[in-house]
Write a protein that binds this ligand. Sequence first.
Ligand SMILES: [Zn+2]
Length: 192
Amino acid sequence: MERRTLLKALLASPVATRSALAAVFFAKPVLAAPPANMKDIEALQKNWKTFVAAGTAIPAANEPLKLSKDEWRKRLPAESYKVLREEGTERAGTSALNNEKRPGVFVCAGCGLPLFTSEMKFESGTGWPSFFTALPGAFEQKKDFFLIYPRVEYHCARCGGHHGHLFDDGPPPTNQRWCNNGVALKFIPKGA
Ligand SMILES: [Zn+2]
């Protein structure tokens, strides 16, 4: 039944309930099933190019981008510079990318290297864009001790820009939570 027809029927019906109406208004699009095993994860990692909009120039991780501090400062907005080049952290809940749900690819705001696809994103409730896996080779990791206990910091393999921290409380099957600063990312929607 078409949404409008269904709505009319519900409005006309004396038994129409608030929840039935809510179901029409707030119906969510049907999402692809979440990955069930590591084979599904590998498939997600392999098919990332299908999320790239036609005509997008994609740099490779083995073409390093090395700039001076001044060059980075000129190239990046202040808040992106602070995160990417000074390992800052954006305030939780401030990134528009928290609600980004379109198909597409998340690239490094510093150098354009593809890092995640929209299929790898999940709602962590933390206020930072979160992903349960990443593109192979996109990041390098190191341990930091800013908060006394060790955390795994990860940074872009191409430009060295700091992106966020990797935790092990994400959804199965990876149990990974790549907690990424939104200002370190740029989203390129796949388009129509
Ligand atoms: Zn980068």
